[in-house]
Design a protein around this ligand. Sequence first.
Ligand code: PGA
Length: 268
Amino acid sequence: MNHGKIIPMSKRLIIGNWKMNPGTPEEAKKLVRKTKRAALGLVKTEIVVCPPFPFLTACVPRKKEANFKVGAQSVSAEEGVGARTGEVSATMVRAIGAEYAIVGHSEQRKVGESGNSDTDETVSKRLNAALNAGLVVILCVGEKARDENGTYLEELKNQIKNSLLNTPKKFASKIIIAYEPVWAIGAQEAMNSEQIYETSIFVRKIFADVFGADNGLKAKVLYGGAVNFRNAYEIMTVGKVDGLLVGRESVNAPGFVELIKAVDKITA
Ligand code: PGA
C-alpha cells in the first residue's frame, strides 16, 4: 500500500575520468574546485571525478560535499598490502576517502601500452578487490568495432559475464556498468543515441542474466565515448542511459560545468 511516501528517484551519475591529466596538483585542485562548485546546486545528478593517483588525496573532500565524490581510475588486482611494485590497492584508495573505482577501461585493456593489457580475468580480480574494499565499481565494457552480423554483441556479453563470473550477488548494487564502444573513445563523434539506447538495453539484460531480473532493473548503465556539453542532453534523453562517463570534457572546466547543468535540467 502506498502511504503517500515519496520514493526518491535514483540520481543520474556523471563520472569524470581525468585519465593522465592535468599536469600539476595546483591545476588538479583548481579543476576539482570548479567541479565541486557546479555539483553543489544539482538536484537530480551526482558527480564523481577520477583523478590520477598522485592527486587523489588532494581531490577527496575533507567534509561531505553535496553531489560530489571521488574515485580511482583503476585498482590493483591484489587486495590489501604486499610486494607489488607500482601498484595501488583498493584498500588504500578507500582509506584516503575515495568511494569509487573504474575497472576495465579499454585503455587499460589495450595490449602493450603502459604495461597494462587487462584481460577479463584481471578485470574480474580488480573488480572484486574494489568491492571487498568497500568501493563502488564502474565496470567499463565495449566492443572494439561494430559489424553487420552482430558479433560485437557476443563480445560485449562475454566481457560482462567473464568480468562478473566470481562476484557474489550481494555486490550487484555496488556495480555500475559503463558502456563505452572503444571506437568512440577519443573520437570526434559519440555513438548515435538510438544505438546507445539499444545497446544499453542489451547490457542491462546481460547484467540481469548474471544477477537476476530485479538487480538488472535497478542497475545503472552509463554511456561513455566522445561525450561533451553539446551532445550530453541528447545522449541522456534519446539514449535513455542513467549517466555518462566523460573523458576529455571532464578536464575542460567550462565544458564540464555546462554538461553537468544540461543533464541536471532534464525533466522526467
Ligand atoms: P572521451 O573518453 O570522453 O575523451 O572520449 C571517454 C573515456 O575514455 O572514458
